[in-house]
Write a protein that binds this ligand. Sequence first.
Ligand code: FE2
Length: 200
Amino acid sequence: MSFTLPDLPFSHDALENLGMSKETLEFHHDLHHKAYVDNGNKLIAGTEWESKSVEDIIMGTYDGGSVAQNGIFNNASQHWNHTQFWQMIGPNGKAMPAVLEKEISNNFGSFEKFKEEFTAAGAGQFGSGWCWLVQDQDGSLKVTKTENGVNPVCFNQNTLLGCDVWEHSYYIDFRNKRPAYLSNFIDKLVDWESVASRLK
Ligand SMILES: [Fe+2]
C-alpha cells in the first residue's frame, strides 16, 4: 500500500498561540513528513513491501541493529510516527479524561511525575528520536525513548502519546531549548482525549 501524506487535522496556524507556529508546521508537515512519504514510496516500489500496510513494513524491516542503513524502515516508520503525532496534538482536547488520569496516576504516581519522566526521556534522547507514553503488553503504562524513527510498533507496544524530538520539530519556535519544547508540548499541545481513546 503506497504511503499518502495525511492532511493536518487543524489549520497550519491553529497552534500559533500554543507554541507551534505556522512556519514550523509548514516545514514539519508539508516538507519533512512529505519527504518520508515520497522517499518511502520510491523505495517500496516494485518490492515485496509495496502491498503491505505501513505497520507490517515497520515490523518486517526493523532489525534492531542497522536502522541507519535501512531506508525502507526509516521512511515507513517516520511516516507512521508523524501521522500519529498530528493526531495527538491540536487546539482542543485539553481536558484529561478521567480514565486516562486514573491510569497515569496508577502507573506513575501523579500527572506531575509522568510529565517529569516523559520530558526527561525526550531531553535525554541523544540526537534525533522520539519519546513515548506506551501501554505495554501487560497493560501497564511506560515512558520510553527511541532513536531516529524507531517506534513502539517495533516492540509490540500500544502507542498512546509520542513527541518528536528531532530538531525540525522545535528549532524554529524553541531554537536549541528542547526541554522547553517538551514542557510546552505536555502543557499546551497534547490532545488528551485522543491519547485516552488509544487505551486498550
Ligand atoms: Fe518530525
